[in-house]
Design a binder for this molecule. Structure first.
Ligand SMILES: [Zn+2]
Length: 458
C-alpha cells in the first residue's frame, strides 16, 4: 500500500470563485497530490489536516490560477517590444512576422516559450492557451512540461496565400493531427489552431472543425481584429465572417475565436446561437490601434451571457503577460465605452480571468475556482507589498484596480509549487538572459529584420 501524498495548507484570504463567490477571511486551501482536498477557515482546515505543512500567512490573498486564453509563445518573445508601435495596419506582417517565423528554430521555440510561460507564472497565470503560431509545437510543449505550466498547445495552419507552414488542406490537417498527438505529461493538452483571418479556405476550416469535434478538443483561430477584416470576407464570401462560418457548420462550443473585435449584430446572434467563445486581448487592440474604444463588442457578448475569456496575445501586441493588468483594462474599457460605471467592474473582470474564462475554454471542470476536487492551481499575492497597504475590505476591488502581477509571491500548478518567493522553481530564468540575448540577435540577423530605436541610442 502506498502512503498518501503529504498535505499542504495554503493560508490566506481565499477568493474561491465558487458558485456563491465565497471569500474566506482567514482561510486555507488543503492540497494533496494534484488536487484541492479542503477549503475553509484556517482553523477548521488545520484541525481536519493536522500533519500538514502550512504555507503563507493570514495576510496573503489566495486565488485560483489565472487563465490566459490567447498567447503567442513563439515568434515574438525573442524580439519582444521591438516591432514599432506606429506602423500602418498590416505593415509589420511582411517586414517582421513572416521572416521571424520562417527563421525560428526548434531551440528558439523552446526558449521563447520558456521565457513567456515563466513570465506568465510569475504573474499568476497558470493556464495558457497557445495561439498556434509554432513551427515546433513539441518544443513548446517541452518548455511547459519543464517549467510546470498548464498549457494547451497548437500549431500553425493556413492554406490561403504564401508563407511558412502554409500548404494544401491535407498537409495542414496532418500537421494538426501530429500536434494533437504530442505527449508532454498531464499538464499539456493540444487543440486545433488555424491562423485565421483570410488565411483559411472553407474546406480547411470545415476539416479543422470536424477534426476538433471528432477528437473532443477545441479549435481556435484569429478573426476580425482589424477594422478592414469584415470587408475582405464580404468580398470573398458575400457574408460577414461569423455568418459565413456558421453557414459552413464550422462553429460550436468547441470553438474559441481570438479577437472578434469587429462584429455586427448578426454575428453576435451567431455567437449566442452556436455558443462559440471569444477571447479578448484588450492590450493588443490598444497597442495596435484596432478601434476597441469605438466598438467594444466584447461587452455586448458579455451582456448576452456569451462565452468570453481574456488573453495577453503577444509580446509585440500587448507585450506584458499579466492577467490582472488585462482584467483591469477590460473593466475600464467596459465602463468608459458605455460611459456608464455601473455596467461592468472589477469582480466581473476577475470572473473572466478565472471561472468564466475556464468555462469559455471548456476547462471549468478542472480549473478556474478553488473547490474540492479541482486541480490545485493557486496564486498567492503578498499583501504586505506597498501597493496593498492598507488592505481594502474588498480584496477583489483592490486586486484589479490597485495591483497587478508584481505582488504574486507563490504559485502552484497541479499541487506543485512552480513559483516561490517570486521566482520560478524549476529553472534559473536569470541564467537564461545571455542565451535569450544571443538567440534574439541571431534571429534578427537571419531574418534580416530591422533593429530600430526611434531615438538615437548612444
Ligand atoms: Zn494572436
Amino acid at each position: 500500500m502506498s502512503a498518501s501524498p503529504p498535505t499542504h495548507l495554503i493560508r490566506g484570504t481565499v477568493v474561491t470563485m465558487n458558485a456563491a463567490r465565497d471569500i474566506i477571511g482567514d482561510g486555507a486551501v488543503a492540497v494533496s497530490g494534484t488536487q484541492i482536498v479542503g477549503v475553509g477557515s484556517f482553523d477548521s482546515i488545520s484541525v481536519a489536516h493536522p500533519d500538514s505543512t502550512v504555507h503563507g500567512s493570514s495576510s496573503d490573498l489566495v486565488l485560483p490560477g489565472y487563465i490566459n486564453g490567447h498567447q503567442h509563445l513563439t515568434g515574438d518573445r525573442l524580439i519582444q517590444s521591438s516591432v514599432p508601435d506606429d506602423l500602418a495596419p498590416g505593415e509589420s506582417i511582411f517586414t517582421w512576422v513572416v521572416p521571424i517565423h520562417a527563421e525560428h528554430t526548434g531551440d528558439d521555440d523552446q526558449l521563447s516559450a520558456t521565457l513567456t510561460l515563466a513570465e506568465a507564472l510569475t504573474n499568476g497565470v497558470t493556464s495558457t492557451f497557445e495561439a498556434g503560431t509554432v513551427a515546433h509545437p513539441e518544443r513548446v510543449a517541452a518548455a511547459a512540461q519543464e517549467i510546470g505550466a498548464r498549457l494547451t498547445v497548437g500549431t500553425w495552419g493556413w492554406d490561403v496565400d504564401e508563407g511558412p507552414y502554409a500548404g494544401p488542406v491535407d498537409e495542414v490537417i496532418d500537421r494538426q493531427i501530429s500536434a494533437l498527438e504530442i505527449n508532454a505529461g498531464p499538464l499539456v493538452t493540444s487543440w486545433v489552431s488555424l491562423v485565421g483571418h483570410d488565411l483559411m479556405s472553407d474546406e480547411l476550416v470545415v476539416a479543422a472543425s470536424d477534426l476538433a469535434r471528432s477528437r473532443g478538443v477545441g479549435l481556435t483561430f484569429h478573426l476580425s481584429p482589424h477594422t478592414g477584416d469584415p470587408a475582405s470576407y464580404l468580398e470573398r464570401t458575400g457574408k460577414r465572417p461569423l455568418v459565413h462560418l456558421e453557414s459552413l457548420g464550422a462553429l460550436g462550443p468547441h470553438v474559441a475565436i481570438a479577437h472578434g473585435v469587429h462584429l455586427d449584430e448578426a454575428e453576435l446572434d451567431v455567437l449566442s446561437k452556436t455558443r462559440a467563445a471569444v477571447v479578448s486581448c484588450p492590450w493588443a487592440y490598444l497597442r495596435l490601434g484596432q478601434g476597441i474604444t469605438s466598438e467594444f463588442r466584447h461587452l455586448d457578448i458579455w451582456k448576452r451571457r456569451g462565452r468570453l475569456a481574456l488573453g495577453c496575445d503577444a509580446e509585440n501586441a500587448g507585450d506584458m503577460v499579466d492577467g490582472i493588468r488585462t482584467a483591469a483594462l477590460f473593466a475600464g474599457l467596459a465602463k468608459d465605452t458605455s460611459a456608464d460605471p455601473t455596467v461592468f467592474g472589477a469582480h466581473d473582470a476577475l470572473e473572466l480571468l478565472t471561472i468564466k474564462g475556464a468555462e469559455a475554454l471548456g476547462v471549468a471542470d478542472t480549473v478556474g475556482s478553488i473547490e474540492v476536487g479541482k486541480q490545485a492551481d493557486l496564486v498567492v499575492h503578498d499583501r504586505t507589498q506597498i501597493e496593498w497597504i492598507p488592505n481594502s475590505p474588498d480584496p477583489v476591488l483592490q486586486l484589479v484596480w490597485g495591483s497587478d502581477g508584481r505582488s504574486v509571491r507563490d504559485v502552484w500548478v497541479a499541487g506543485a509549487q512552480v513559483v516561490r518567493a517570486g521566482a520560478i522553481t524549476a529553472l534559473d530564468v536569470q541564467a537564461l538572459n545571455d542565451e535569450a540575448v544571443a538567440a534574439g540577435q541571431a534571429l534578427r540577423t537571419r531574418a534580416g529584420i530591422p533593429a530600430p530605436s526611434r531615438w538615437p541610442v548612444r
